[in-house]
Design a protein around this ligand. Structure first.
Ligand SMILES: Nc1ncnc2c1ncn2[C@@H]1O[C@H](COP(=O)(O)OP(=O)(O)OP(=O)(O)O)[C@@H](O)[C@H]1O
Ligand SMILES: [Mg+2]
Length: 183
């Protein structure tokens, strides 16, 4: 995939498929460590230990339409291509956390891409799921939280076109002020 945000979209779709109510997405660029870390944590149904241990193998899938599942395998390959790694922690009935570390300045790292657009696609596709996007550089963090946004909206659906336009700008600004735009 040409953008890390498309990997994020794919991995979050796994979370939604696993019945997650809240998905936490964290993107952190650490220049001192030359690492770009992406974490996707959900409270979905989780995986058994054996399944989680083999899940980055393309032939490990619960898909019924085809026998290979590529999402995690591709995300892992993208991380390893940059000298990084992918880690999966999962507990049945509790949830799953996928952490990918990329070499920030590696020439093999694909750009972060349109993360705001990815968030919008997710909110549009599964508006009842809540998303918490945390982004930052090093220890300086900021978050966009749809649970808080929904409270402010006071009953207006979050997938109302005008709200989505606002949300996209809001996230773009968040990414810009935290040095993640154009990464
Ligand atoms: N967050 C998650 N919670 C629970 N199970 C998961 C999660 N992520 C992945 N899985 C399980 O791991 C399998 C493999 O995931 P992966 O994303 O690699 O492929 P896929 O989703 O099956 O297919 P594709 O991503 O190509 O559409 C899934 O079929 C699912 O059973
Ligand atoms: Mg998948």
């Amino acid at each position: 995939m040409r953008e890390l945000s498309l990997h994020i979209l794919d991995i979050v779709q796994n979370s939604i498929g696993a019945g997650a109510k809240t998905v936490r997405i964290a993107v952190n660029a650490d220049t001192a460590r030359d690492t770009l870390t992406i974490t996707i944590a959900d409270d979905g149904k989780g995986m058994s230990k054996e399944f989680a241990a083999n899940v980055t193998d393309p032939f490990t899938t619960t898909r019924t339409t085809r026998k290979v599942g590529m999402g995690l395998a591709l995300f892992k390959a993208a991380a390893e291509d940059t000298g990084g790694s992918l880690k999966i922690e999962s507990e049945q009935g509790k949830g799953t956390t996928v952490t990918a570390a990329f070499g920030l300045t590696s020439i093999d790292r694909v750009p972060l891409g349109d993360l705001a657009g990815t968030l919008l696609t997710l909110v549009r596709g599964a508006p009842d799921v809540d998303y918490v996007l945390t982004c930052g550089s090093g220890s300086e963090l900021a978050a966009a939280d749809t649970r808080k946004i929904k409270k402010e909206l006071d009953g207006v659906p979050i997938d109302t076109p005008e709200i989505l336009i606002w949300l996209e700008e809001y996230i773009k600004e968040l990414l810009e002020t935290h040095g993640l735009l154009g990464l």
